[in-house]
Design a protein around this ligand. Sequence first.
Ligand code: TRP
Ligand code: SF4
Length: 406
Amino acid sequence: MITVAAQNQRVLSGMRPTGRLHLGHYHGVLKNWLELQHEYECFFFVADWHALTTEYENKDVIAENVWEMVIDWLAVGINPGMARLFIQSRVPEHAELHLLLSMITPLGWLERVPSYKDQQEKLREKDLDTYGFLGYPLLQSADILIYKAGLVPVGEDQVAHIELTREVARRFNHLYGREADFVARAEAAVKKMGKKNAKIYMELRKQYQEQGDQDALAKARALLEAQQNITLGDRERLFGYLEGEGKMILPEPQALLTPTPKMPGLDGQKMSKSYGNTIGLREDPAVVEKKLRTMPTDPARVRRTDPGDPEKCPVWGFHQIYSSEETRAWVMEGCRSAGIGCLDCKRPVIEAVLAEQAPIRERAEEFAGNPDVVRNILNEGCEAARDVARETMEEVRAAVGLVYDL
Ligand code: TRP
Ligand code: SF4
């Protein structure tokens, strides 16, 4: 069950448009998003600036990758009626927050993020000795903090970036978490709850502040969580006001580790473009079938009569994702006794993969044929994202002292 507090959390995640999506993205990330969109207020975005940090020489493919990726999201069932879909660079407030955060972020924090050196080594052929690449995780922090996201679904490799985000938020709140007109703003926010709730809130606050009544504090928090008519900014103000005179401007997010099993590639390693072992999400069925028919199997099975061991076979990884228990038992038995051939064994996998892809491909074609629909979805998503981002930036500018009466 999801608690009220959890429902009020905002989920944010982004994906870099670095090429066509494959089944690894589907089983790893997108299926997770599909579930989250039912449970939370979700913002999913295309991290096109993040792509540029490493692909700055490939300017000709970015726009196309963005377009195809959004179609992929829609085709697998990401629902714009539930989740906001947008493009990072169309919400330039991310860049402004990134800049302001850069003022308070020690260089060492960025240099120590493990992905910094790792990626530089891995992508040796690219010159990643750039300012933008060092700032990659801080830009990610801005992406997250600008929406005050509570939960960030990411893979293991991104956890250090969420950790950095938390540290930066903490430092920011510590330096700036005191609005000059905090009390006035909080009092205005109290009024917005309506007479009855405002009265209850003020009484509970008094009980807590004068008598340290923890029960009153919990009740007041629950009351705030249940308010539908106040903005997130006001809600946080009221949380701060409940306990004192300061305010959390940028709440610390949490990583939500993607729980799904790793999708194996055709060679048994993790499916990844850099290993060349992928099956595209919308790849042509004949090509998909050929790739699966020719994928390697347990090397011990040289002849049809040689017994094999599924544990040593990449096909088994596919059965674990796609096959019923019954089919898996048939594989185990048939492989170890040489009762089935490898092509027999692959048949149910081929069928399952093709069956999974058919409706995705069909929906993708529909979206591709109706570009205005996709454009509208993105324009609306960008607008909705900007509304939130603008509001946060107003608070942030005020907090750091950039307010002008012009
Ligand atoms: N760095 C992430 C990745 O490579 C993409 C990303 C950019 C992201 N900004 C984000 C993910 C904000 C979550 C939240 O996968
Ligand atoms: Fe792999 Fe199946 Fe062949 Fe066994 S029978 S080696 S599990 S493909």
